[in-house]
Every structure is written in C-alpha cells, then in structure tokens.
Design a binder for this molecule. Structure first.
Ligand SMILES: [Zn+2]
Ligand SMILES: [Zn+2]
Length: 308
C-alpha cells in the first residue's frame, strides 16, 4: 500500500517515458559529469529507507542485497510501516546483522486502525527487541486514507514513544505542512530527533525540521524529469542529509518504472552531489556517517562479526 505514498506531483510513473528522462539526464554539463562518474568502490552510502521486507522482494531478496554491496552500499534501513511489516523487517535484519537494520511504526495510511491501548505496547517491545527507530509514521493529507484526527493521534503517540525510548523517528509527510511543522517543532524542543523521509515539501517545512535538529532524506524523486526544486537540494546542510530508495517504489532515473531496489540509491546520491557541487565520494561518506549517527547503527553491529 505504500505504493500510494509518494507519487510526484502531477502524475505517476507511467507519465514520463524512460527515454524522456534519459534525454534530460544527458543534457548540458551533466553528460560530462556522468562520463566521469566515480566507481562503485569509491562512492559509499546507506539506504536510509527501504521497504525491503515486502513481498515484492520475496523471490530475490538475497540477490537484491548482494547488488547493494556491488553498488557501493554499506547497508539498508528496512522500514516496518506496520507492526506486521516490522516483524518481517526484523527477520530480514537479523539475517544480515551489521548490514540491514529495522524500524517499527504505524503509517498514517493505517492510523484509522491504530489502537492506543495495545499498539504502543507492541511498538515498545519492537524497540526493545532492536528496532533502530520509530516509524514510519506521520501525516498524509493527500490520500487521507485515515481520518486526520486519528493520523495526528497515532503520530503524537509515536513521537511520545520516541521520546521515552530515545530513538529517532522516521516521518512521512504529504500535504500536511502546518500540522507536521507544529508537531516536529514541538518534538524537537523536547529532544526528539528524526528524519523527514522522501522529502518533497516546502522550504519552510525543511527549514523547520532542520531548526528542530532533524534530518532530511531525498529519494529517487529528485532524479525525475519533473523535479524542479534545485534550491531544496542545496538547502539541507551536509550534516543533516540522508539518501533513501523508498524501494520498491520510486525507482530513480535511469531505472524509472521498474521495481526500485536499494542499490539504485547511488543514482540519487550522484544527483545530489552534482547539484550541490560536491565530490560524490565525500558526500557519500557524509550521508553514511549521518545515517549511522541518527540511527545509532554502530551500536547494533555485533563486534565479533568478521565480515563486517
Ligand atoms: Zn513514506
Ligand atoms: Zn516508506
């Protein structure tokens, strides 16, 4: 159901042809930048948001993970967008210690089914079992799959759990700018930290998140032909920047229209580096460090695992 989450404004994947995107990517100075693209061994990153436990990956999840390493990826944060998804994400993470981590939360689409009596108990136990973050949670007033008061209630309760457990929050927000800004600002004031994931919102919302001490994560949407907000890609300071696939959705150019996978985060990172005038390897090292720090990933790595 997360397929409905983050369509770019104005149309779904079918509206832009792969050829159109390829032409765009090859225009102007970018062609040269691509010709000199760094090798996968030089550019490292962590995918901060993938729905890797979904059934879309049941047939070939191990191959998908192998391709992450081959593309320079150092790991994947596997999102549990429901309690059931979190349980599956946990299994994937536990099979790949030090490379896959998991989260547990209740997506705003499902907030109508949120049970304030039992769900917080189950979320706390997921966090105690090793989930690195609360979420994804948040507000989605574009689809309104759940009534807005229930979205706010579920989000507020998850922010409270984050505060109580000291874990960061993975936040989904769409067309809910005023409420998101208010709730994230309030959360930041009491020390709650998190990330605005797959960010496509306003500069004002990004700035409010940054002022609250939060991070901003960009997905493959920024590689789409319709993406026009270059200034947003430069607005986020180095130490608050993350990249994500949000796979299996939102495959970046030049893979657009296919099932997305975490290995293709590389395209998003290279796009960010171009726009920011940054060295891709240096920017990759920065987003990797940011992801590790925000989610305290190093605390989750078993120290004796030799291949890590
Ligand atoms: Zn989302
Ligand atoms: Zn997601």
């Amino acid at each position: 159901m997360a397929a409905r989450e983050h369509r770019p404004p104005g149309g779904g994947p079918g509206l832009t042809t792969a050829a159109g995107d390829a032409n765009h990517a090859g225009m102007g100075p970018r062609r040269e930048a691509r010709a000199g693209a760094p090798s996968s061994s030089e550019v490292r990153w962590i995918d901060s948001h993938a729905h890797l436990a979904g059934e879309e990956f049941d047939a070939d999840r191990e191959d998908v993970l192998a391709r992450v390493s081959a593309a320079g990826g150092l790991g994947v944060v596997c999102i549990g967008e429901s309690l059931a998804a979190a349980a599956r994400a946990r299994l994937v993470a536990e099979a790949h210690p030090g490379f896959v981590w998991w989260t547990a939360g209740i997506h705003p689409h499902d907030a109508a089914d949120y049970d304030p009596a039992s769900d917080p108990v189950r979320l706390r136990s997921a966090l105690a079992a090793g989930a690195v973050a609360v979420g994804e949670c948040g507000l989605d007033y574009h689809y309104d799959h759940s009534p807005r008061p229930q979205q706010r209630r579920a989000f507020a309760d998850q922010l409270a759990i984050a505060r109580e457990t000291g874990r960061p929050v993975v936040v989904h927000t769409r067309e809910a700018e005023a409420d998101t800004m208010a709730m994230v600002t309030e959360a930041g004031a009491v020390g709650i930290r998190g990330v605005l994931h797959c960010f496509t919102g306003s500069h004002a919302l990004a700035e409010a998140g940054l002022a609250a001490g939060w991070h901003v994560s960009f997905s493959g949407i920024i590689t789409f032909r319709k993406w026009a907000d270059e200034a947003l890609l430069r607005l986020v300071p180095d130490d608050r920047l993350l990249v994500e696939s949000d796979s299996p959705y939102l495959a970046p150019v030049p893979m657009r229209g296919k099932r997305n996978e975490p290995a293709w985060c590389r395209h998003t990172l290279l796009r960010l580096a171009e726009t920011r005038g940054a060295d891709p390897a240096a920017l990759g090292a920065t987003v990797t460090a940011n992801t590790r720090r925000l989610f305290a990933l190093d605390q989750r790595v078993p120290p004796t695992r030799p291949e890590d």
